[in-house]
Design a protein around this ligand. Structure first.
Ligand SMILES: [Zn+2]
Length: 333
């Protein structure tokens, strides 16, 4: 028996080893087949999700602006109720001009991925200069206007008349604003009848300013601007604006027109309207001479927001001088 047992033992070891090897091979086959076989998903989830960016695919901002990405939306037609996360990557350095790309990615449960992107262009801050100018005052609203200008340390230009108080003229002058001459009478039928009439009126307002402030101004703005045609109704066909524009310069004056209208002398009758006209019309990287009237309360009421907007967008505010941009319209009469 003993000898038999001895003979059986090697056989038993061989049997156990064979079973183990077989099990190992079966296991390996199983693992390999699991690795190689494609993961089975329902055939209904074969479409990639639809990824749509919200807003424009190219957004332009100015350096210093705040950028908030509008994001994107995702929809999977195969599985409309699925909640699919959208991964967004990329950064916008709002202080450094350049092009930036925001990338979006959405992957459904079946590993179908859709990509989208948006370009954000950061432009340099505005280099524009805004010359705020106010005609026809001083008026009861001028004090409020001066308070706003002082609050932001913005200097403006007043083309004044014979109206309003000398006290306001003195304030304008003492607070560092430019005082230009507009007209004593602002009566087209009088001033555009003859060259002599025109200069009598101009020297009238020059004297008014000098008497109030001690300052002799040689900055001026024609009533109606240098391009006005209303003068043709009164000048007897002499093309008086052609003469006056030459003659004021010959007498040492500098005349200014404007290249941005606030609309406050025409169809615009609200502070909102004036504000949007001005901010939409100023030249981002150029010089803007803005025409407003400080005899209009709603126009004065728009000034603080115009200044806030301009400063936030990189504009500089300045007053006109004899060496400034003149915004000449061109003479039509
Ligand atoms: Zn005027």
């Amino acid at each position: 028996m003993v000898s038999v047992l001895k003979e059986i033992k090697p056989f038993a070891y061989g049997f156990v080893a064979t079973i183990c090897a077989a099990v190992l091979i079966i296991c390996l086959i199983g693992v390999v087949s699991l690795v190689n076989s494609p993961v089975e998903y329902p055939e209904t989830d074969s479409l990639a999700p639809e990824l749509a960016i919200i807003g424009d695919s190219h957004i332009t901002i100015r350096a210093g602006d705040v950028y908030e990405d509008p994001g994107a939306t995702v929809y999977d037609a195969d599985n409309p109720t699925a909640i699919i996360p959208i991964l967004a990557s990329g950064e916008v350095d709002t202080n450094t001009p350049g092009d930036y790309i925001i990338s979006y990615s959405a992957t459904d449960d079946a590993d179908n991925t859709t990509l989208a992107s948006r370009v954000v262009t950061v432009l340099p801050r505005s280099t524009g200069v805004i010359y705020l100018t106010f005609d026809d005052g001083p008026s009861p609203y001028t004090a409020e206007l001066l308070d706003v200008l002082a609050k932001y340390n913005v200097k403006a230009t007043f083309f004044v008349t014979a109206a309003g108080s000398d006290e306001m003229l003195v304030r304008e002058y003492n607070e560092g604003h430019a005082i230009g001459l507009h007209s004593c009478t602002h009566n087209y039928a009088q001033i555009y009848t003859s060259v002599d009439n025109f200069f009598a009126d101009l020297y009238c307002v020059q004297n008014r300013v000098k008497n109030a402030t001690g300052y002799t101004s040689y900055l001026m703005r024609f009533p109606g601007g240098s391009s006005n045609l209303v003068s043709a109704s009164y000048d007897g066909g002499t093309h008086i604006m052609s003469t006056l524009t030459r003659e004021v310069e010959a007498r040492g004056f500098t005349y200014f027109d404007w290249n941005v209208t606030s609309g406050d002398a025409g169809g615009t009758t609200t502070a909102d309207g004036v504000y949007y006209n001005v901010i939409n019309r100023v030249y981002s990287d150029g010089k803007s001479v803005v025409l407003q009237h400080d005899i209009k309360a709603f126009s004065v009421a728009a000034v603080e927001r115009i200044i806030q907007w301009g400063l936030a967008n990189g504009f500089t505010f300045d007053k006109l001088t004899a060496d400034s941009f003149t915004a000449h319209h061109g003479v039509n009469n």
